[in-house]
Design a binder for this molecule. Structure first.
Ligand code: HEM
Length: 359
């Protein structure tokens, strides 16, 4: 049977696909950065607690931020979810149905993790190392598992030829475990999360140091430790990234090794940015490390998108979607976005002012 027969016919879109692609990429990059700070922060707390440093100021600072990071990760996940459904709905809806139980479980898993992170934060001061480990381990594992379900869904959405597995597990309990790229892709995302989690720690303590809000020596130690997490994880990423690349079918990885100009150029830029971020982290320069790391994440998100398009090319290209030329919903969306951002900015201003007055 031809996999194309399993793919639902997509509906028309309101405006040319480039608009949605741009918004998808933009919001996905924000989702990814927040998710990395969240998952990386949670893993760092767990590892430090395992080493007996669960009560350190750096861990406490992570603990305070993790619930907010989770809320923001979810919020900034909704936007790319909408855009990806607009462009790749035939694929993402289908794969979500095939793994339905896992996909629906994500809601409960995230709520449980959220609750756990709040308890960890609220009880932090009153607990010993063992209690803290008990409270952070659960949410960390739940978050790592959530990411695993996402990677299953995203890889399944890109490979309709694997959808036939449904006929062996038609009850919605399928996972894409036979997919050769699953493990390296998952590790690629999670090791990136460790790096960005470490970098977030370095950034927070660098800002505290500049503002004189923390003891100079203590802040310097937490900056250095955050940068070490970033450096080591990014170094490991050079090997994991290569594993991921060569786990792809040859006709796909060759796109990044000279066959397609844009793909090859982006991979080259991504590698140069990675090396630059490693250099800055080694030198202890926080802000240049942050900018080069954020740029690397943005470039990698672009590469991931090109990879999805290459995967789906035998069946579909977003450029083929019918355009109904109705610009008013997009205009309404843009106006709401600007008003929403202005309100969030105003809220943050009030919050910062209240914090300053409270100090
Ligand atoms: C809080 C826990 C979460 C974690 C750890 C997480 C992790 C991830 C990871 C690892 C990916 C990349 C998967 C891949 O490409 O193989 C991803 C993609 C994605 N996530 Fe999240 N996620 C979380 C929550 C959410 C939520 C709640 C939403 C939506 C409401 C969401 C929306 C998305 C979307 C739409 C993508 C794919 C975008 C695209 O394909 O362009 N995420 N997430």
């Amino acid at each position: 049977m031809n996999p194309a027969a399993l793919i639902p016919t997509p509906g028309a879109i309101q405006v040319p696909w480039g608009w949605f692609e741009f918004l998808l990429l933009l919001t996905f990059i924000l989702h990814l950065l927040l998710m990395n700070a969240l998952v990386g922060g949670a893993v760092i707390c767990t590892v430090k607690t395992l080493r007996g440093q669960g009560g350190s100021a750096a861990v406490h600072d992570h603990a305070l931020r993790l619930p907010t990071l989770l809320a923001l990760t979810v919020n900034l996940g909704v936007a790319p979810l909408l855009f990806v459904q607009v462009l790749y709905g035939s694929f993402i809806y289908s794969s979500s149905i095939l793994i339905a139980w896992w996909w629906l479980a994500v809601i409960g898993i995230i709520i449980a993790a959220y609750y756990g992170l709040y308890v960890y934060d609220f009880r932090f001061q009153r607990l010993g190392n063992g209690g803290r480990l008990f409270l952070i381990l659960g949410p960390t594992l739940l978050l790592l598992f959530t990411a695993f379900i996402y990677v299953n869904n995203m890889t399944l959405a890109a490979t309709p030829d694997r959808w036939f597995a449904y006929f062996k597990a038609p009850d919605g309990t399928l996972l894409n475990l036979g997919e050769p790229t699953l493990a390296p892709r998952y590790l690629h995302f999670m090791v990136a999360a460790l790096a960005i989690g470490g970098l977030a720690q370095a950034l927070v303590w660098e800002r505290k140091r500049c503002k004189g809000a923390a003891d100079e020596a203590q802040a310097a130690e937490h900056v250095a430790s955050g940068l070490r997490w970033f450096f080591r994880a990014t170094l490991a990423q050079l090997a994991i990234g290569a594993w991921f690349l060569f786990s792809l079918p040859r006709y796909l990885y060759m796109n990044f090794l000279g066959k397609e100009q844009l793909d090859t150029l982006l991979l080259g830029v991504g590698l140069v940015l990675t090396l630059a971020s490693l250099h800055f982290a080694r030198k202890g320069r926080v802000w240049p490390t942050v900018w080069t790391a954020v740029a690397t994440v943005a470039v990698m998100a672009g590469l991931r998108d090109l990879l999805r398009q290459a995967y789906l090319r035998p069946y579909f290209t977003p450029g083929d979607l019918q355009v109904a030329a109705q610009y008013s919903p997009l205009v309404l969306f843009a106006v709401s976005l600007v008003i929403g951002l202005a309100l969030v900015g105003y809220m943050l201003k009030l919050w910062l002012k209240a914090n300053r007055e409270g100090e």
